[in-house]
Design a protein. Structure first.
Length: 268
């Protein structure tokens, strides 16, 4: 991976291929490797930038107040700093998965000059309800004693469709390996950031760049109904459902997600 010094952190990122830039932003608590299949395929036609967000993968967590965590705005600002550091001035296609989508709404709010197109994959526009927020705060408070392995165990049934867990255990094991090796302070920091996130629903009707919404048929974290509602609100948005997949569509059906991305990118 490449690394670049941005303000308080050394940020690690993949930079592969040439052409219009596609920025792939991973979910929680993962790293750029969830996009491995898409990086390989899309970099044949585009320049793909796939960072590890602060605290994840090979990127440093930096100066973070453990009581506040990392607000989603800060991750979004890191991404803008990364593009600036790489002298990428032409607007990019921002592709955000789940937490990468929550960050995407903030990226759109704060850095829309950088955005030529949006892909929102298995994500949500609403803020958490009280129950969801309480679960995040609980994890943030206890993850240091639980360890990241327990987080992986708790999340697995929500991340993958039942059929994937039965038939493709190697995919589940790889994601478990990534989560288990994640810095527990980064997990806590992101949970605090996600718990504090604002509702972005009111943004949707004003999005005026080409947008693609992707969801797994069996996603229980960001459901098909919720995501088709997002697509309906964004003017002209395309909607693709990945049959048989759960939340982790880019990993569970890499070929279908890559095809949806390439069809969309070729039409821009
Ligand atoms: C993710 O996949 O990024 C997380 O499931 C998002 C979340 O915890 O809401």
């Amino acid at each position: 991976m490449n690394t670049v010094q941005l303000n308080d952190i050394n940020l690690a990122y993949i930079d592969r291929g040439a052409g219009p830039v596609v920025l792939l932003v991973h979910g929680f608590p993962l790293d750029h490797s969830m996009w491995d299949a898409q990086i390989d395929a899309i970099s044949a036609e585009h320049r793909v930038i796939a960072p590890d967000l602060r605290g994840y993968g090979e990127s440093a967590l930096g100066d973070v107040d453990d009581a506040v965590g990392v607000p989603l705005e800060r991750y979004a600002d890191d991404l803008a700093s990364l593009l600036n550091a790489l002298h990428i001035t032409e607007p990019v296609c921002y592709v955000g998965f789940s937490m990468g989508g929550y960050i995407g709404w903030q990226f759109w709010r704060r850095h829309r000059d950088h955005v030529a197109a949006l892909v929102m994959c298995d994500t949500r526009a609403v803020a958490d309800n009280d129950e969801g927020r309480a679960m995040r705060l609980k994890m943030a408070a206890h993850v240091a004693e639980w360890g990241a392995g327990k987080v992986a165990e708790a999340m697995e049934p929500k991340l993958f469709a039942e059929s994937t867990r039965k038939e493709r255990p190697e995919l589940v094991a790889e994601t478990r390996r990534v989560i288990t090796s994640t810095n527990v302070r980064a997990i806590a920091a992101a949970q605090l950031g996600m718990a504090a996130r604002v509702d972005s629903t009111e943004l949707l009707t004003d999005i005026n760049v080409p947008t693609l919404v992707i969801v797994g048929e069996h996603d229980v974290l960001s459901t098909r109904d919720e995501m088709s509602g997002i697509a309906e609100k964004i003017p002209g948005a395309k909607f693709v459902e990945i049959a048989g997949a759960g939340h982790m569509t880019p990993v569970e059906d890499p070929a279908a997600v890559t095809k949806a991305l390439l069809d969309f990118l070729r039409g821009l």
